[in-house]
Structures are given as C-alpha cells and as structure tokens.
Design a protein around this ligand. Structure first.
Ligand code: SF4
Length: 213
C-alpha cells in the first residue's frame, strides 16, 4: 500500500551517492550500487566515498517501508492537531519542518523522526485535515496558512536561523513564501522517508549501540 505523503518510490537515493562510477565497490556504476543497496546485498560502507555519518541515514531511508505506518494516499481529510510539535530537546538552531495536520501525515512524520535523537520543530499547518498532496490540490496549504501558523506558534522567537523546510510537494509555494516572509525557505524531499538523508550527518541515531531494522 502507498503511504500518505510518503512516496517512497520517489526518493532520489542516487543524489546521495558520489556518482563518479569509480567501481571501487565492485559495482559497475553508482546506479548499480544503488540497486545492490536496495536489495541489501551491499551496504553504504562498501563505497569508500560515502562518509560514515551517512551510514545511519541510508539505513533508515532504505528501510523506511518497514518502519512507517501504512495509510492510503489521497486519503479523505482526517484533521489532527495543528500547531507546533517539538521532537527531542529543541534549541534555537533546531530545524523547522512544515507539514499539514492530517493524522496519517502526522503519524508518518513522527515515526520517521522517532529514528533520530536530533531535535526538530514540526509545524503542522491547519490544512483542514488534508494530507500535503491533497492540500496542494485543494488549496488548503497556502502561504497565508503557513504564515498564520508560524506567527501563532511563536516559532520565530524560538529559533535564531529563521529558516523553514517545506515539503517537496509544496515546492510551488517556496518563492512566494520567501518574498512574503523574508525567511530562508528550503524545499525538502517529496518523501518523508528521505528526511534522514536530506539532513545527513544531523540525523543521529537514538543510541550508539546500533539500530537494526
Ligand atoms: S565505490 Fe561509490 S562512487 Fe564508486 S561506483 Fe561504487 S558507489 Fe559509486
């Protein structure tokens, strides 16, 4: 089953590989290595040019289909609470993620964030319970809706960076959001399961004794 706001098949793993096709891993290309990674016949440590700090993010993103709760895509509106959620011990340098307040989306996001001890703010804008994909179609996730939630949450006083990460599916809002707020707006991945790789070395495992899936 597809996952609400997940789109695991749209994770662009290749962009996190060196893409030099040097063959030191035994594969004929980085693309072939990626197929081996997905099959589990090779691990990120088999490529000498993947930094060790990415081993864990690769492990999480590659196994996301086993980790994430399964909900239908294009689901009917299911409103969860809107507003600010804090993951782990946040500080003024913690990243701020934006999403919609569909309960399935919230489950998927909190599940993936549960794989790291790194702190995050997640701002769930009131999309009337629409998933981000549906919210972009129905117009319930807009610059105004995000602005309202940012102001209401007080997140700007909590962070020093004034930077927010919006879902890849909401990329169309990026420039307008930048202009209207003056903030640095980064377009995140389409799939939440790509977040570990997107944040890379900042995605620290919950403990140092190894995490297996
Ligand atoms: S060793 Fe790394 S960079 Fe070289 S082909 Fe394999 S995956 Fe690509």
């Amino acid at each position: 089953m597809l996952l609400a706001d997940a789109y695991i098949d749209r994770i662009d793993f290749l962009k996190y590989l060196p893409q030099t096709d040097c063959r030191e891993c035994g594969a004929r290309s980085c693309q072939e290595f990626l197929e081996d990674l997905k099959l589990g016949t090779k691990g990120p440590e088999d490529c000498p040019d993947i930094p060790e700090s990415l081993y864990y993010p690769f492990q999480v993103s590659l196994n996301a289909d086993k980790l994430l709760p399964k909900f239908p895509c294009l689901t009917a509106p299911r409103p969860g609470p809107a507003g600010l959620m804090e993951i782990n011990v946040t500080g003024d340098d913690s990243p701020v993620l934006i999403s919609g307040n569909n309960v399935h989306t919230q489950d998927v996001i909190t599940s993936i964030l549960g794989t790291t001890k790194s702190p995050f703010f997640v701002l769930f804008a009131d999309t009337r319970g629409d998933t981000v994909d549906m919210a972009m179609i129905l117009g319930s996730l807009t610059v105004e809706v995000i602005n309202r939630e940012v102001i209401r949450s007080g997140i700007l006083e909590r962070t020093a960076h004034q930077e927010i990460v919006i879902p890849g599916l909401a990329a169309a809002l990026c420039s307008q959001l930048r202009q209207s707020t003056g903030w640095n707006v980064t377009v995140g991945p389409i799939c939440v399961a790509e977040l570990p790789l997107f944040f890379g070395e900042r995605w620290l495992p919950p403990n140092l004794k190894g995490n297996t899936f």
